[in-house]
Ligand binder design. Structure first.
Ligand code: HEC
Ligand code: HEC
Length: 357
């Protein structure tokens, strides 16, 4: 019934249109009006739009470093270690307790809880798309995923497990002896092997194709008109692409965006005042699933994030030059959020590994 009514309405619409166009038909009058509108979004024509889109094309391959190339055996072992609570001193906390695939590899909390339910000082970042990362942690204090991996295992506030105790524990598990032998023949179970396996698995955690990607590849109806306008604002008036650039929407660099915080951020690593309150730009893939936002989890929703950039920031000497009042209209703010919502991948959920005994 409903379909028919809609059909009749559409026909009536078309008839009205042709009745009105008594004068010679221009492209617009010919009922191409909607098509022309589709070609120009928020004042950007089709060619400019193609150029903008090109900067966001997904890469064809996942990069692995020469000193730790991909192997299926390492990735399989790394996945088990990532999900295994036996990596922690309490045998209760795994990497995935905080980097949980159900929250796009975060934990859904402003700041997570570690060993003994200790509150952590910073919000848990996602581990999505880190194969493309150059520096790690909010303040960039680790140079590689291999270097990063052993940190949380030993950290008192996170997993509180000394490495030699962990290695002794893993050696008692027959399944792990076999998996390490397959991944690192003749080397036994070592801290280096643990780090290399976890890092290899992490590099396979890549956000899947999102509606936005389908649109970039030419499927015009993959995202809404509002989201397309939002994409234009993202790249122009909103200045977002100054920092959130490329297919993973990050420049992997450090900026102070004016959040109220006592955390000095990167200044702790590089002792220069211009790094005060600067944090690594997070990628924005699957961002709707990753609330709350920022290094301190202080913003609860994407609308709050947009309000922050529009005019809600705190001025101080270290504030980035790219953070300025934006004067976005209500519609533009809604469009920006609609665009951010198209960055969620449509993948199957991650299958949890069966852990060895
Ligand atoms: C108790 C919660 C918790 C656990 C458990 C945990 N992490 Fe994290 N992870 C965090 C937090 C919080 C940060 C950010 C810390 C910072 O930047 O100072 C982080 C940062 C990271 C980063 C850096 C991400 C980036 O964008 O730079 C990686 C990679 C990572 N963790 C991997 C792991 C691995 C591998 C394990 C298990 C061996 C693990 N984490 C266990 C909370 C946790
Ligand atoms: C000057 C560089 C810069 C600009 C411009 C910028 N961002 Fe950010 N963005 C960052 C940094 C750095 C962070 C992390 C800040 C922190 O936690 O202290 C961030 C965080 C975010 C987050 C939260 C991510 C997370 O994982 O918690 C979102 C969402 C976001 N930005 C969206 C936007 C949008 C939308 C715009 C445009 C209106 C924009 N950004 C403009 C650098 C920038």
């Amino acid at each position: 019934m409903e379909k028919r009514a809609y059909g009749a309405f559409a026909l009536a619409g078309a008839m009205t249109f042709s009745l009105l166009s008594a004068a010679p038909l221009t492209a617009e009058d010919r009922g191409d009006r909607w098509q022309l509108a589709a070609l120009t979004v928020a004042g950007v024509d089709a060619q400019e739009m193609e150029e903008m889109k090109a900067a966001y094309r997904r890469p064809a391959e996942v990069p692995f470093p020469e000193d730790n190339p991909f192997s299926a055996a390492k990735a399989k072992l790394g996945k088990m270690l990532f999900f295994d609570p036996r990596l922690s001193g309490s045998n209760l906390i795994s990497c995935a307790s905080c980097h949980n695939p159900s929250f796009a590899w975060e934990d859904g909390q402003p700041t997570g809880a570690g060993h003994g339910m200790n509150r952590l000082g910073r919000h848990t970042p996602t581990v999505l798309n880190l194969a493309w990362g150059e520096v790690f942690f909010w303040d960039g204090r680790a140079d590689s995923l291999e270097e990063q991996a052993l940190g949380p295992i030993q950290a008192d506030v996170e997993m509180a497990q000394p490495l030699d105790t962990l290695i002794a524990e893993l050696e008692e598990v027959e399944g792990y002896r076999r998996l390490f032998e397959e991944a690192f023949p003749g080397q036994g179970i070592t801290a280096e092997g643990i780090a290399m396996a976890i890092a290899t698995y992490e590099r396979t955690i890549v956000s899947g194709k999102a509606p936005f990607d389908r649109w970039v590849e030419g499927e015009e109806s993959a995202i809404s008109r509002s989201a397309k306008r939002g994409f234009v604002i993202y790249n122009t008036k909103g200045r977002c692409s100054a920092c959130h650039s490329g297919w993973n929407l990050t420049d992997d660099s450090f900026h102070d965006i004016g959040l109220e915080t006592d955390d000095v951020g990167r200044e702790q690593v590089v002792e220069m005042p211009e790094f005060r309150h600067t944090f690594k730009t997070p990628g924005l893939r699957n961002i709707v699933q990753r609330a709350p936002y920022m290094h301190n989890g202080s913003l609860a929703t994407l609308s709050e994030v947009v309000e922050h950039y529009d005019r809600g920031f705190f001025r101080r000497p270290s504030l980035s030059d790219d953070i300025r009042p934006l004067s976005l209209t209500r519609q533009e703010k809604a469009d920006l959020v609609a665009f951010l919502e198209t960055l969620t991948s449509e993948d199957e959920p991650v299958a949890l590994p069966l852990l060895p005994n």
